[in-house]
Ligand binder design. Structure first.
Ligand code: ADP
Ligand code: MG
Length: 251
């Protein structure tokens, strides 16, 4: 088994809910320093795959390797501490905390607002948060409660939180869904900068402009099966996949 650039290896992964197989013998390598995009229709099993990687679900069979070491059976916070971070489709922000507090809570291992380190460390954390909020255009909302943000701002707060983790790999669950064009251009710019700086990304995305604009590789899931995994142009050109993806619109 080669470890060439493979940060996370998913091997023959299997998961069913009752009689419904939602992850059906999936093997997929996430390579370091690139963007792998997971595409596929609703219900294909994309979010489930993230849940299996992050320990929010346990696979029925198969294995997941992080830098060659199995992580199956670890809890979600242990997996987070290894450097695997995610966002959620439903964001899961702390609605009644401010934007700044939402970002502060994810910083440093087992971090919380009352973490140790004294005033100097606290100042450094605040400075880092300020920088992240500037990059996500939330600087003037630092004191606003998450619940009072506009939709796009909530999506960017979710991004700001993952930026603060210093994780090596980001699993992003539809981070750009519902964004207007201006916002998703900003999102793409942000992501490209992070990838250039060394972050590895696996993103679930439907918008083809974004898929084309960001992907180094595309993995196509349908009904729990990985139907394709490769070069974006080749995957997107496949008429069989297009028919599944676009349904009636294809043809
Ligand atoms: N905890 C669960 N219990 C039962 N069924 C689930 C659960 N999570 C997901 N599913 C089902 O698994 C399938 C895949 O869901 P999901 O991974 O969320 O798809 P996607 O993210 O590709 O839209 C769907 O049919 C969904 O209803
Ligand atoms: Mg999903």
């Amino acid at each position: 088994m080669s470890h060439d650039n493979v940060l996370l290896r998913i091997s023959e992964l299997q998961k069913s809910f009752g009689g419904l197989t939602v992850t059906n013998n999936v093997s997929l390598d996430l390579r370091a320093g690139i963007v792998t995009t997971l595409v596929g229709p609703n219900g294909a099993g994309k979010t489930t795959l993230f849940n299996l990687i992050t320990g929010h679900l346990t696979p029925d069979a198969g294995d997941i390797f992080w830098n060659g070491q199995s992580i199956v059976g670890k809890s979600h916070y242990q997996i987070g501490r290894l450097g695997i971070a995610r966002t959620f489709q439903d964001l899961r922000l702390f609605n009644h905390m401010t934007v700044e507090e939402n970002v502060l809570t994810v910083m440093e291992p087992s971090a919380w607002i009352w973490q140790p380190g004294g005033s100097r460390a606290r100042k450094a954390r605040k400075e880092k948060v300020r920088h992240i909020l500037e990059r996500t255009r939330l600087a003037d909302k630092a004191g606003t409660r998450a619940i009072d943000l506009a939709y796009a701002e909530r999506k960017f707060l979710s991004m700001a939180r993952i930026m603060a983790t210093d994780a090596k790999i980001w699993l992003l669950d539809e981070p750009a869904s519902g964004l207007d064009r201006g916002s998703y251009e900003l999102f793409l710019e942000l992501l490209r900068t992070e990838v250039k700086q060394g972050v590895t990304v696996c993103i679930i995305e439907h918008n083809l402009d974004i898929v084309v604009g960001i992907s180094d590789r595309i993995a196509f899931l349908d009904q729990g099966k990985l139907l394709a995994d490769g070069d974006p142009a080749a995957v997107l050109k496949d008429p069989h996949l297009a028919a599944i993806y676009f349904g009636d619109q294809a043809a």
